[in-house]
Design a protein. Structure first.
Length: 364
């Protein structure tokens, strides 16, 4: 009898746990809170089954997809690289966090009027729900008004801020925030930018490049492509018509004499028949950023464009290289990544490090 009661009690506990789990999942589905990672403990060294926007990869997406445009009394400053250490980005993200926490919606059809403005700009429609989740957990804020946006203007005014989100498909949407202390921080930043623009007479530098690979040989190139393979120790390598080729049963990478590496891989078995498995924009872009973070090149990058091919299920992402305040101009995008479900099926990168040499360094 005691044994039967014990079994019954265990069953009741299991049913209660399952019911609570279902309830939490329903709340998460409707209100966007309770990240799934909180329900499942992931052992150190392993990966969760899903990608959630609270993990570290989302911070990389926010930083390496944006450019900062500061406009003060006619002077302009663009920032592409090192955003996390730039005061303008730090103040902007602080203001956005405050907006998500306690800001208010004003109107659609808004116009950016202020001359002194910080703009965060994207080359693609940034999903408003994903953006909001990186700064707070206020359910439905932003996304209840628009699905995505390309630009966000932050304009200080009388102890507070106007925020205008600009969407090519939906229009402009204004929000406001009152924060006197942060307002004066922005005013101080604008004064610094104006002073730098007035006093900076340094000629524009020259963009140069160098190879991160010492000698073009199979043994020297191998370490720079190993991150593309799950087990670099078993890569087959050969030089075919002057092209260094590395492969295993499912993948092949080719390193061309012009320092371009191209990688192709077969998708995971069993997933290709269902184009909806792990196929949304944000999860695919985070997977692309994950593979890019492993190649150890020194260039900053910015997402230039993307498109989704519904016939193949592939997401195509195109990136440009950036320096502190410029985008490196090349004939074609130096970095391309294609994602199918959770797999990197194509990767193409110009493996050169670009850098800017100041005018004084080459005799100007």
């Amino acid at each position: 009898m005691d044994k039967g009661r014990t079994i019954g009690a265990i069953k009741n506990i299991i049913l209660v746990v399952l019911a609570l789990t279902c309830l939490i999942l329903v709340v998460r589905l409707w209100f966007g809170e309770f990240p799934p990672s909180a329900l499942v403990t992931v052992a150190e060294g392993t990966a969760a089954m899903g990608i959630n926007p609270w993990d570290e990869a989302s911070a990389g997406l926010m930083l390496t997809s944006a450019r900062l445009h500061i406009r003060v009394d006619g002077a302009e400053q663009f920032v592409y690289a090192g955003l996390s250490n730039h005061k303008g980005w730090q103040l902007s993200t602080s203001a956005i966090s405050q907006l998500i926490e306690r800001g208010n919606f004003v109107a659609d059809g808004a116009v950016v009027l202020a001359s002194n403005t910080i703009a965060i700009q994207y080359n693609f429609p940034m999903p408003s729900a994903f953006f909001r989740e990186n700064f707070g957990v206020r359910p439905g804020f932003l996304s209840s008004h628009f699905d995505d946006f390309e630009k966000l203007y932050i304009s200080p005014r009388q102890g507070g801020f106007d925020f205008v989100f600009v969407s090519q498909t939906s229009g402009n949407f204004m929000f406001v925030l009152e924060n006197t202390a942060l307002y004066w921080d922005f005013i101080e930043l604008f004064a610094d930018v104006a002073y730098e623009a007035e006093t900076n007479t340094t000629p524009t530098g020259e963009i140069q490049y160098k190879s991160p690979i010492g000698t073009l040989s199979l043994s020297e190139v191998n370490p720079h492509i190993g991150f593309l393979f799950p087990n670099p120790a078993v890569i087959n390598q050969a030089s075919i018509n002057g092209i260094f080729t590395f492969s295993d049963n499912l993948r092949v990478a080719r390193f061309f004499p012009d320092h371009v590496v191209e990688f192709n891989a077969m998708p995971s078995s069993g997933l290709s028949a269902n184009p909806n498995v792990y196929g949304n924009f944000t999860s695919s872009l985070l997977i692309a950023f994950d593979i890019i973070s492993r190649d150890n090149l020194g260039n900053g990058i910015i997402l230039a464009s993307y498109h989704h091919d519904p016939t193949t299920g592939r997401w195509h992402f195109y990136f440009d290289y950036t320096l502190a305040d410029v985008v490196v101009t090349l004939d074609k995008h130096p970095l391309q990544v294609q994602i199918l479900h959770r797999d990197v099926v194509f990767y193409r990168r110009l493996m050169l490090d670009f850098f800017e040499v100041e005018a004084s360094d080459y005799g100007y």
